[in-house]
Design a protein around this ligand. Structure first.
Ligand SMILES: Nc1ncnc2c1ncn2[C@@H]1O[C@H](COP(=O)(O)OP(=O)(O)OP(=O)(O)O)[C@@H](O)[C@H]1O
Length: 327
């Protein structure tokens, strides 16, 4: 979600959403991503900011880093006027995006350059990216582009070679846990240690998810504990996933299937989430190497089939059945 969308959501619900309230304002305030922050700061210090390409999963600080750069270059009072945020997946297409960039880049202002931040750049077709590349060249005298995407491999080489590429990783448990504790202290909310661990686990490196879950859990009671977090995040406890797998491997298909049923119906998980959690946890379970390898093979197969549109429940039950049957 863009900063503008997040602000709009906050206004619509009539309460401030914490992902906006606690969005880092400066590069120094960004948690984790230390090497990236250091490199970006050195560009700013040398007054030599190139076009930038930020790639990485959702909620790890790409948009935040872009707005922090603008704040640092132009100052709190002027950055908004020098920063154009666009979403490349805009339904109206690349022409609208290009027109807005042209209008913005042409309008005069005092500084050396203005910044165009283009989110979801990997949603552009190759043709649209070629058009974007020409636009980048046309306005490179007075415009710097910051492109954000999930997968840099989906960005055409001529754009990649014109940008300094930064790969944002999922945030570490320490980075997410640290931020959760800071916000809890600022909001005067009690969060137990197990509650922090559960938020970190459910977030899986995505800070946006961790903060949103904290805010949601905080509205359900006085104390944010493990129970509150699992109740609102539609995440299975690691031990539930482990017992489901262990039951299947021990040949107790009926029990494994019943756990799966609970996860899908009561916990409200999507099949893809169960696959993700299995994938994350395979090596943390107390399984022999052979069992872990068998499980991984089945997880890969079910993941592919679900991505291709197969029925999630059938695929997951088939995964458990295969584990129950195999020697
Ligand atoms: N590294 C971080 N340190 C502190 N807060 C963060 C960090 N990353 C994300 N956040 C929090 O999560 C929210 C969303 O982050 P951001 O918009 O930067 O994500 P993104 O990486 O651009 O994701 P997307 O690809 O979905 O747009 C921010 O408002 C901020 O509150």
């Amino acid at each position: 979600m863009s900063e503008a969308d997040e602000q709009a959501a906050a206004t619509a619900t009539g309460r401030e959403i914490w992902i906006e309230k606690y969005r880092p304002q400066s590069l120094d305030d960004i948690h984790g991503q230390e090497e990236i922050v250091e490199r970006l700061q050195s560009y700013i210090a040398q007054d030599d900011v190139p076009h930038l390409l930020f790639s990485g999963p959702a909620g790890v600080g790409k948009t935040t880093a872009a707005t922090a750069i603008a704040r640092e270059i132009y100052g709190e009072d002027n950055w908004r006027g020098n920063f154009l945020e666009l979403n490349a997946s805009d339904q109206r297409g690349i022409d609208v995006v290009r027109d807005r960039i042209k209008g913005f880049a042409r309008s005069s202002f005092g500084g050396d350059f203005r910044i165009v931040f283009l989110d979801e750049a990997d949603s552009l077709t190759d043709d649209a990216q070629s058009a974007l590349r020409r636009t980048m060249e046309q306005f490179s005298d007075n415009t710097r582009f910051i492109l954000s995407c999930n997968y840099s491999s989906k960005i055409i080489d001529p754009i990649q070679s014109r940008c300094a590429v930064f790969r944002f990783s999922p945030l570490s448990d320490e980075a997410v846990g640290g931020m959760v504790r800071e916000i809890a202290a600022a909001e005067d909310i009690e969060v137990t240690d197990a509650g922090v661990d559960a938020l970190v686990y459910a977030a899986d490196g995505d800070m946006r998810r961790a903060i949103n879950s904290l805010q949601a859990a905080a509205t359900t009671g006085d104390v944010v504990d493990e129970e509150a977090v699992y109740a609102i995040t539609a995440t299975a406890r690691p031990e539930e996933i482990e017992s489901m797998v262990t039951d299947a491997l021990e040949g107790d298909f009926a029990r494994a299937r019943s756990t799966l049923d609970t996860l899908l119906t009561e916990t409200g998980m999507a099949g893809g989430d169960v696959i993700d959690q299995l994938h994350r946890s395979v090596w943390e379970f107390d399984l022999s190497e052979r069992e872990a390898v068998r499980l991984m093979e089945r997880v890969g197969e079910a993941d592919y089939r679900i991505a291709e549109g197969a029925n999630e429940q059938v695929q997951l039950e088939s995964l458990l059945a295969a584990l129950s049957l195999d020697e």
